[in-house]
Design a protein around this ligand. Structure first.
Ligand code: AHG
Ligand code: MN
Ligand code: MN
Length: 338
């Protein structure tokens, strides 16, 4: 008996559930996981190679780009653009859609990704990660077009993320549960460590950047204050945890429960996070694990993106905490920043 269920063996074992599967999705998930191994290595050794700095460029969101943002972007564009699976790519680090080697008719899918999430934490050894979301083209008989990215969560074929931390982990879902893997450096393989992850119905951790309090709507303030009261849980107030890397805050919320929130505010009236390659894939995963993910009034997976770099708010985690936010903050109409 081979002691380890590697990613490729596990994905292969899952194919039995889909008799007509071509194995293409399995192949592309393994390609993506190779990209994550390469980026993990890049992040781990960046300090020796002077790659912690800024590239001097500003991305489409107005963020200063780190050298590693571009390095990670290039690894994924090269690896996945030449895989033959994707007609088009979207990267957080590129203003417009990326054409690929596949003549668009071959590439059955389109892929959106955040090559390096949490890059403001680079250099301080705080976890970062990669996030991806895969859609099938709306029409397989034509070349991929931008509109293939404008589909709601119900059209997501696969989504996942990695966390480059004390260990390198990979979590994905193809719509049949959420499965977690850990990179075993001794064999260079992602090994199944967390099959069928389920988010706890409720938790005791809340995660938000309280530095934005002055810009929140009063109802958001009241909600966050309510988590700090003695009677907030049976054991007293919630505990606050905020890493500032979405993948790390999300991964903790997925496994331990509670709530992560980045609401709209006066400085970011349409939200700080990106819908297509941050909120949508993570919302797909959270709901697959039995949790909830909203932008405030709406379920994230019910939103159809209209722009590849569209912003969004994100409130996600245990169903009871997210429902409480929706009731306290949105029951009385739309929320704006202050
Ligand atoms: P990225 O590094 O891909 O630009 O993402 C950064 C995001 C996300 O990782 C995190 O949750 C959020 O920015 C933190 O924003 P604040 O610094 O405003 O809290
Ligand atoms: Mn990000
Ligand atoms: Mn990023």
């Amino acid at each position: 008996m081979i002691p380890t269920q590697t990613l490729s063996r596990f994905i292969h074992s899952q194919r039995k559930r889909y008799p007509d599967s071509t194995g293409e999705l399995s192949d592309l998930l393994v390609s993506i996981s190779l990209g994550m191994k390469l980026i993990s290595q890049m992040v781990a050794t960046a300090g020796f190679k002077g790659l912690h700095g800024y590239s001097g460029e500003i991305n489409v969101h107005g963020d200063e780009k780190r050298i590693l943002d571009d390095e990670a972007d290039e690894v994924l564009v090269e690896l996945l653009g030449s895989s033959g699976h994707f007609g088009l790519l979207v990267s957080e680090e590129r203003d417009s859609v990326i054409a690929t080697d596949a003549s668009h008719n071959e590439g059955k899918y389109v892929l959106a990704f955040d090559p390096l999430d949490g890059s403001s934490n680079i250099g301080s050894n705080i976890p970062t990660g990669t996030i991806f979301c895969i859609y099938k083209k709306k029409d397989e008989n034509r070349a991929a077009i931008n509109d293939d990215f404008c589909q709601p969560g119900s059209a997501v074929v696969a989504a996942g993320y990695s966390v480059y931390g004390a260990k390198t982990s990979f979590v994905y879902s193809t719509g049949s549960g959420v499965h977690g893997f850990t990179l075993d450096p001794s064999i260079g393989e992602f090994v199944l460590t967390d099959p069928d992850i389920r988010v706890p119905e409720r938790g005791t951790i809340y995660s938000v950047n309280e530095g934005n309090t002055a810009f929140w709507d009063d109802r958001v303030k009241t909600y966050v204050e309510s988590l700090k009261r003695h009677d907030a849980t049976e054991k007293g107030p919630y505990t606050g945890r905020y890493v500032g890397s979405l993948v790390a805050d999300f991964d903790r919320t997925l496994r331990k429960g509670g709530v992560f929130l980045y609401p709209v505010d006066a400085k970011r009236p349409t939200g700080r996070l990106r819908l297509l390659y941050e909120c949508m894939p993570l919302a797909f995963i959270m709901e697959q694990a039995g949790g909830s993910a909203i932008n405030g009034p709406d379920r994230i997976v019910e939103i159809t993106p209209s722009d590849i770099h569209q912003k969004s708010a994100l409130i996600t985690g245990s169903p009871s905490e997210v429902a409480r936010y929706a009731a306290q903050v949105h029951a009385k109409g739309d929320v704006k920043g202050r």
